[in-house]
Design a protein around this ligand. Structure first.
Ligand code: SF4
Length: 307
């Protein structure tokens, strides 16, 4: 619901969006009011699919840098704008293309699977991308790979390795927001809400994932919440997702594992910065062509496998 305080801002955004022929895409971790004005809110996979399909001239990406880069990789002819230049992802910053190239030299026969939460030039060094929604499927598809390097999230990598039974070389990256979700909090909440189901994101630590009924991407959580008969659901991911879960399931109760699970970079995007970005057409995110074409191959392989 749009508050009356925000009504004039929203009106200006919608008017300008139309004039610019823009589409607004928002990640599930965005502030509720930002999700409300988006044409589409979803997880990384859903957003990259939407970006690839849109016929708008401008994509306003309410998310973090690597997401806007992915839109630029997929849509080189469109103007992709990120409302706050500082909205980066600390996990994506835990790897560089040079360091990955060094790792590839150590393991020349390895296939590289790159979580979408990574810089464009790291995607360009990779064989295939994945998101948390399709990582297991992508790794399962690599039947002939003798070795697999998985970057940059060690916890998603560990989850995928357990699910597929494949040994993988894991990059030591992690999400500083998801490590705030602790096993002891889940155990306490399970005692408090014995009927509840627990769903957590695969970026959580393995001891947390081991306690969950379901380990899911945010898009997967929305689907699970709609289908699950339990009325109470304990949610282990960034708390922005609660907005959508509660909107879509007004009769259910959603209990966050930790109120501290807030991604400060995601929260840099506000209605004010969205309006400003449409007024000034800033900040444009454009991946250089040489990197884009190589990264595109890894992103396309992922999208093809997820159809
Ligand atoms: S929640 Fe974690 S992985 Fe997602 S953007 Fe924030 S820091 Fe990066």
């Amino acid at each position: 619901m749009i508050s009356t305080d925000n009504a004039s801002l929203v009106e200006k955004i919608l008017r300008l969006k139309k004039r610019r022929n823009a589409v607004i895409l928002a990640h599930n971790y965005q502030l509720g009011e930002v999700q409300e004005i988006a044409d589409f809110a979803g997880d990384s996979l859903e957003l990259s699919q939407k970006a690839a399909q849109t016929d708008a001239e401008v994509i306003v990406f309410c998310g973090v840098q690597f997401m806007a880069e992915t839109a630029s990789i997929l849509c080189p002819d469109k103007k992709v704008i990120l409302p706050d230049l500082h909205a980066g992802c600390p996990m994506a910053d835990m790897i560089t293309a040079d360091k990955l190239a060094e790792k590839k030299r150590e393991h020349p026969k390895a296939a590289v699977v790159c979580y979408i939460n990574s810089p464009a030039d790291v995607k360009a060094e990779s064989d295939v991308c994945c998101t948390s929604a399709n990582a297991v499927q992508i790794v399962e598809n690599l039947r002939d790979a003798q070795e697999i390097i998985f970057v940059p999230d060690q916890y998603l990598g560990n989850y995928v390795a357990n699910k597929t039974g494949k040994e993988m070389i894991l990059w030591p990256g992690f999400c500083p927001t998801h490590v705030r979700i602790q096993a002891r909090d889940i155990m306490r909440l399970r005692e408090e809400y014995p009927q509840a189901k627990v769903m957590v994101h695969p970026e959580c630590r393995p001891d947390v994932a081991a306690l969950a009924d379901a380990v899911l991407s945010t898009g997967g959580m929305c689907k699970y919440a709609g289908e699950e008969v339990a009325r109470d659901l304990i949610v282990g991911t960034e708390i922005g997702i609660l907005h959508r879960l509660r909107n879509e399931n007004p009769r259910k109760r959603f209990i966050p594992v930790s109120e501290q699970a807030v991604c400060p970079r995601m929260k840099l995007i506000t209605l004010e910065t969205v309006l400003w970005s449409l007024e000034e057409m800033t900040y444009e995110v454009k991946v250089p062509e040489e990197i884009r074409t190589r990264a595109r191959s890894a992103v396309d392989k992922m999208l093809t496998a997820s159809r």
